[in-house]
Design a binder for this molecule. Structure first.
Ligand code: CP
Ligand code: NVA
Length: 312
């Protein structure tokens, strides 16, 4: 498949495709709610390689393929030859012979890119250390549902300058919204990602990034607040040092009250209650986290259709 397209980061979507994926996700959600089957990927298959743990991503991709009339096959790192050191380039070529697409959750973005280079079918990023693009689509679908528009709002990211923060930065650059990030010293987002986003925002005269250290400065004026664990998968050894570094970054009721009235709270989950987010906020009426988690299914179905679909 010479013209196959991969979904390795949000940069693989034009602004128009980004927006149409969100509206398609909402359409697919409505079809499902009305009990209408929609087999746009009948006969297609997806291999799903997971080298890190997952609940939402794995289940939503697998159920998503089923609901679109296709089939998904799960491969854990352990229990497949991937975990025994078979080169990813070999895995890519073998799976390309069986499957219509491959999703991978792994560590380095370079490993995802290597898989995509050798695969002759579309490759989807199910989370790397650098990005988590599928999550942001579900997050913005949620805001679209709650507010009727994703535009004209100020967004906030609290905590680690991690894969989620990087994907929010990319989304802000593509869609042209204002994003404030509060990250402790030493845990700021990748400078190259920030620079590229700022260049795109300048070129389009839309959107802005504000990176501060004080969470109260970041949340002021924001309609959407998002946070994530302080130690991501693969950083377990740093958990204690990170707990120290992130003191004061808990999204609690006091901080929430500094944002716009009725601001929406997002968290990609899994959450550590009492660390990056207070239980009363996660479970409170401004929290959209379980709607957000459900939307992983609908958003990924829209992505699968966009990259695999031929017979919609
Ligand atoms: N948010 C998210 O990606 O969840 P999982 O790690 O459970 O897939
Ligand atoms: N930043 C987190 C996201 C989990 C969905 C991690 O990479 O572990």
């Amino acid at each position: 498949m010479a013209d196959k397209r991969d979904f390795l980061s949000l940069d693989d979507l034009s602004e128009e495709e980004f927006r149409s994926t969100l509206t398609r996700a909402i359409e697919l959600k409505e079809l499902r709610a009305n009990g209408q089957e929609h087999h746009s990927l009948r006969g297609q298959t997806l291999a799903m390689i997971f080298e890190k743990a997952s609940t939402r991503t794995r289940v939503s991709f697998e159920i998503g393929m089923f609901e679109l009339g296709g089939h998904a096959v799960y491969l854990a790192g352990e229990g497949s030859q991937i975990g025994r050191g078979e080169p990813i380039s070999d895995t890519a070529r073998v799976l390309s012979g069986y499957c219509s697409g491959i999703v991978i959750r792994t560590f380095g973005q370079d490993r995802l890119e290597e898989l995509a280079r050798w695969a002759t079918v579309p490759v989807f990023n199910g989370l790397t250390d650098m990005y988590h693009p599928c999550q942001i689509l579900a997050d913005l679908q949620t805001i679209l549902e709650l507010r009727g528009s994703i535009d004209g709002l100020r967004y906030c990211w609290l905590g680690d300058g991690n894969n989620m923060a990087h994907s929010w930065i990319k989304a802000a650059a593509i869609l042209g919204f204002d994003l404030a990030l509060a990250c402790p010293q030493g845990y700021k987002p990748d400078e190259a990602i920030v620079r590229l986003a700022e260049e795109r925002m300048r070129a389009n005269s839309r959107g802005s990034l504000t990176i501060v250290s004080d969470p109260a400065d970041a949340v002021a004026g924001c309609a959407v607040l998002s946070t994530d664990v302080w130690a991501s998968m693969g950083q377990e050894d740093e958990a204690v040092a990170r707990q120290r570094a992130f003191q004061g970054y808990c999204l609690d009721q006091k901080l929430l009250e500094k944002a716009n009235p009725g601001a929406h709270v997002l968290h990609c989950l899994p959450a550590h209650r009492g660390e990056e987010i207070a239980t009363e906020v996660l479970e409170g009426e401004q929290s959209a986290v379980f709607q957000q988690a459900e939307n992983r299914l609908h958003a990924q179905k829209a992505v699968l259709e966009a990259f695999l679909g031929t017979n919609r």
